[in-house]
Design a protein around this ligand. Structure first.
Ligand code: FES
Length: 147
């Protein structure tokens, strides 16, 4: 059910760890499954993402998407990083099972949260960036889940 790329990034995740004195740090969670993700960004004076690391308490799909997402933002400008959506990350992994798509949101939201932290510290505005949510389901419509 998982693509080879997903399995590869799950088993050998890239960019795991943390960055001391990171330019931006973002932490988000998924209250439904309890998974948590933290992203650290090292951003140079030209607003290029020099390095990125992540840590997660998450499922396999969350690990694989974070690994791929960190690879995709590394070396990019902050504007380019803003364009990287969870769908683009899932496509780069040759797809995710539909029930696991929400897991890929953790990586996107954590990157946005880290960019938000960077923007606040540097008193700048990043176009299109919204205040991060602490939970990826925050503000969602009431769901019709059956109990
Ligand atoms: Fe929680 Fe995948 S089940 S992020």
């Amino acid at each position: 059910m998982y693509s080879e790329k997903v399995m590869d990034h799950f088993q050998n995740p890239r960019n795991v760890g943390e960055i001391e004195n990171a330019a931006g740090v973002g932490t988000v969670g998924n209250a439904k499954c309890g998974d948590i993700m933290r992203i650290y960004l090292d951003i140079d004076e030209n607003q290029i993402i020099r390095d990125v690391k992540f840590k997660t308490f998450g499922c396999g799909a969350a690990v694989a998407t974070s690994s791929m997402a960190t690879e995709m933002v590394k070396g990019k400008s902050i504007q380019e990083a803003m364009q990287i959506t969870n769908k683009a990350v899932a496509e780069a992994l040759d797809g995710l099972p539909p029930v696991k798509m929400h897991c890929s949101l953790l990586a996107e939201e954590a990157i946005h949260a880290a960019l938000w932290d960077y923007a606040e510290k540097n008193h700048i505005t990043i176009e299109g960036l919204k205040k991060p949510k602490s939970d990826i389901h925050e503000g969602e419509e009431e769901e019709n889940e059956e109990y």
